[in-house]
Design a protein around this ligand. Structure first.
Ligand SMILES: Cc1ncc(C[n+]2csc(CCOP(=O)(O)OP(=O)(O)O)c2C)c(N)n1
Ligand SMILES: [Mg+2]
Length: 780
């Protein structure tokens, strides 16, 4: 910022205003080009949001070219994506070709994307609200790294969200506010583009002052930027007070409508309402219509002076909400119209806009050109000297070594959930460097998902130490809840959305801060659905975490239908960048967790989801470890079929016991029957579809794992598939080699009961498997 500060303030303001104009032009032009100039092949609207961009260009000019420091990170309101690209175009970090292919294949993405865009994008955005909250959680991650000696306090950046005002309607914002307050959030700015318009309409007047209260209650400083400099000066003139009061009392909808109608409409309305005040008459007379329109729309969020003053003043680490009043579509003929969200300038309007800026036809993509030699060179130099131009590329974090094996918890009978807790505890005790990088988190289910032992060992994270009152009072408890800076568990409130955004932020620590963390989060399996959009957001951002959904299924018998997850296997299978495993035995889980810690760190890796259970089942004896490689590809024969066998039982997870019992019963009647343990329906299915797709992409692939496994059976053999979840997670296996399938699983809501009752009722017991096998042969 030093170079910029050495400029005198008035030339700084002029430069920022020029950048603002260029950003408004380039973002509008990019959208226009894609919709009106580029050749269309499909007759579909390309889309883009000129009004939403124009609303924010001054804010983004002041932020990016003045206030932002190289270590700061920004989440940009999704539909202002073109402005971000225009900024990087001015910095010569975005190509003309990609700008011209906005919303086309390989071009600029509609909404800023960490993974799909080529410019630096700190946070993906798209689903409104999530990109806002992620900045708060990333700030907590930054504090975690500082407290753990992985980042210097002086290198702490601000995590900044540029948000639309309608994003304030998203519930996840308030869940995040509460969590942020509990965790003493700092270094976070949210800048609201307060144009008081959403997609459908102008927003409710009643909320005017409520946001201040809500945020201040949660420890935020609220800075309202309502008036621009021109307005503030006018308010000092005779009649100015009346004008100010009129503005303050005007409804959102009326202000927007008058903005759209322009100077003459402003004048007649103001004269009608406050024209009896002689000062007002004189004041209005001092502006022609165009100047009056400019005055009335000179709101704080369009005035770079007001913006930079406000950014300068917030020069500490307190979380700050800037409410920057703006006009949606500012400077465009769409300004203020309630339908302008998806509205676009037509070619004639665009032409007038271009001419008004002095941009020559055919020179639309050439920034600064219209300014002429010296001024253009100066502005180019200004942009190149800005801190954003010195923004560092994302670091490549070192890989945390993963031991070749994790130790398998002992016990003749175990549940996968208990084994999970044990594996983490053993790691915590081992002193292995891997354990130091694990961060656990849970939405108020730490104890009931077996994270407690790890937390006892490694402590809860908190910047300021907090004693465990129960422990100090010598009240017996299995849980030690002392909180300190070295703790490795981040305890969250019950909001699952926060949990997934926390995982997202932790899992981005490597690219964001250069230190890899290995986040492990536990949640009751059915409540994954509660945070599903945030989970999707994390995966889309290519964040890396280990998600443990436990307990799961009808097996959670006593908890009943509201807590028994049914469709989570399908979520696991359908979610890109997430690999789903469901182990039956503790030794499988051990192998999967090791794989996960490795996979989470690979350039082409991703996140991992483990679906676990609290039901203890007898573990099995193994001859060697041949099964492991197959288990990591999605399945292995627990009882290998004899060559050409006519049938197999195919199971996933906790119903292993029932599957084994049925297999024993059927072994006499169906010679050589196999018992296939599908450890990951997801991997098997992905392998199979990749194999089919390969025929028209990269040539034929080797047979997929599902084919390899099933080719042990006779052609046209029968399969009984069973999972404590949606049967479709496994029933597709029949399509791999054209086999008949009798699918078992749950596809209706469960209820309370004990396991024998529920397994019988929902057809998950050995009898059901035997019956299903008989059906296969009867139908034959
Ligand atoms: C979760 C979610 N729901 C709906 C949408 C569709 N959508 C995109 S922008 C928008 C309204 C945005 O209004 P505001 O945040 O005020 O932004 P503005 O364009 O006014 O700056 C909606 C409903 C979305 N992107 N994400
Ligand atoms: Mg809005």
């Amino acid at each position: 910022m030093a170079d910029i500060l050495s400029q005198d303030r008035s030339s700084l303001v002029v430069s920022l205003e020029q950048v603002d104009t260029h950003l408004r032009w380039l973002s509008s032009w990019m959208v226009h080009n894609a919709n009106h100039i580029r050749v269309k092949r499909d007759g579909l609207k390309v889309g883009g949001h000129q009004a939403s961009c124009a609303s924010m260009t001054a804010i983004m000019s002041a932020l990016y070219f003045y206030a932002l420091r190289p270590q700061d990170k920004v989440a940009v309101k999704p539909h202002a994506g073109p402005v971000l690209h225009a900024i990087h175009y001015l910095l010569e970090e975005q190509t003309l070709d990609r700008m011209q292919r906005f919303r086309g294949l390989g071009g600029v993405q509609s909404y800023p994307s960490r993974t799909k865009d080529t410019i630096p994008v700190d946070f993906s955005t798209g689903s409104v609200g999530l990109g806002v909250a992620v900045t708060a959680f990333s700030s907590l991650v930054q504090d975690y790294l500082i407290a753990h000696g992985q980042l210097r306090e002086e290198d702490a950046g601000r995590m900044i969200a540029l948000m639309g005002d309608a994003e304030l309607d998203e519930g996840n914002i308030y869940e995040c506010l509460i969590e942020g307050y509990k965790h003493d959030l700092r270094n976070c700015w949210w800048i609201v583009d307060y144009n008081r318009q959403s997609l459908d309409a102008t927003t409710a007047d009643r909320m005017f002052s409520r946001f201040d209260d809500i945020f201040e209650t949660c420890g935020w400083r609220v800075v309202t930027l309502k008036y621009g400099r021109k307005q503030r000066e006018a308010f000092k003139q005779p009649g100015g007070k009346a004008l100010e009061a009129w503005i303050d009392n005007c409804s959102n909808a009326e202000y927007a409508a008058l903005t759209y109608q322009g100077g003459a409409a402003w004048r007649s309305r103001l004269i009608a309402d406050i024209g009896t005040n002689p000062g007002v008459q004189k004041l209005l007379a001092s502006f022609d219509d165009a100047a009056l329109a400019a005055l009335m729309t000179n709101l704080g969020g369009h005035c770079v002076e007001t913006l930079i003053d406000a950014f300068d003043a917030a020069n500490d680490d307190r979380p700050t909400l800037f409410i920057a009043y703006t006009v949606k579509g500012f400077g465009l003929p769409l300004a203020g119209h309630k339908d302008n969200h998806s509205g676009m300038m037509n070619p004639a309007q665009m032409d007038r806009f271009r001419t008004s800026l002095g941009i020559a036809e055919g020179r639309e993509w050439e920034p600064w050109r219209e300014l002429g030699g010296n001024a253009a060179a100066q502005l180019k130099a200004f942009v190149e000297a800005s801190p954003i131009a010195r923004k560092l590329r994302e670091p490549v974090a070192e890989t945390v070594p993963v031991p070749p094996r994790l130790s398998v918890p002992e016990g003749a009978e175990q549940s996968t959930q208990a084994a999970f807790g044990r594996i983490l505890l053993d790691l915590a005790k081992s002193g292995d460097p891997l354990a130091d990088r694990i961060v656990t988190t849970a939405p108020d289910v730490t104890q009931t998902t077996n994270l407690g032992a790890f937390v006892n060992q490694r402590g809860l994270f908190r910047r300021q130490e907090l004693a465990d009152v129960f422990h100090q009072a010598k009240i017996p408890s299995a849980q030690k809840w002392s909180q300190h800076a070295a703790g490795q568990h981040i305890e969250l409130g019950i909001a699952e959305n926060n949990f997934f955004i926390m995982l997202t932020s932790l899992g981005l620590a490597a690219p964001h801060f250069g230190t890899r963390l290995l986040p492990v989060g536990t949640v009751y399996d059915p409540f994954i659905a509660r945070g599903l959009d945030a989970l999707n957001y994390g995966c889309y951002s290519d964040s890396r975490f280990l998600l443990v959904g436990t307990p799961s299924g009808i097996t959670l018998a006593g908890e009943g239908g509201a807590h028994q997850s049914i469709n989570t296997p399908l979520i696991g299978m359908g979610q890109p960048n997430l690999t789903y495993f469901e182990p039956a035995y503790a030794d499988e889980l051990t192998v999967m967790m090791r794989w996960a810690f490795d996979h989470m760190q690979r350039p082409d890796g991703g996140s991992v989801y483990l679906r676990l259970t609290t039901r203890s089942i007898p573990q099995i004896a193994r001859d060697g470890d041949d099964w492991e490689a197959d288990a990591l590809q999605g399945g292995y024969w627990l009882r290998r079929p004899t060559e050409g066998a006519e049938a197999a039982i195919v199971f996933t997870g906790v119903v292993a016991t029932e599957a084994l019992a049925a297999w024993e019963q059927l072994a006499d009647d169906i010679p050589g029957i196999g018992l296939l343990n599908v450890t990951s329906p997801d991997m098997l299915h992905r392998g199979w579809s990749a194999r089919r797709a390969a025929r028209w992409t990269e040539g034929t692939l080797a047979p997929c794992h599902a084919e390899m496994l099933l080719s042990a059976l006779a052609p046209g053999a029968g399969l009984v598939t069973i999972i404590d979840g949606s049967p479709s997670a496994l029933s597709w296996l029949g399509g791999v080699k054209g086999m008949r399938v009798s699918p078992l699983g749950t596809d209706r809501f469960g209820q309370t009961g004990d396991l024998p009752d529920l397994y019988r009722l929902y057809r998950l017991d050995a009898d059901a498997i035997v019956d299903a096998a008989a059906e296969l042969f009867l139908e034959n």
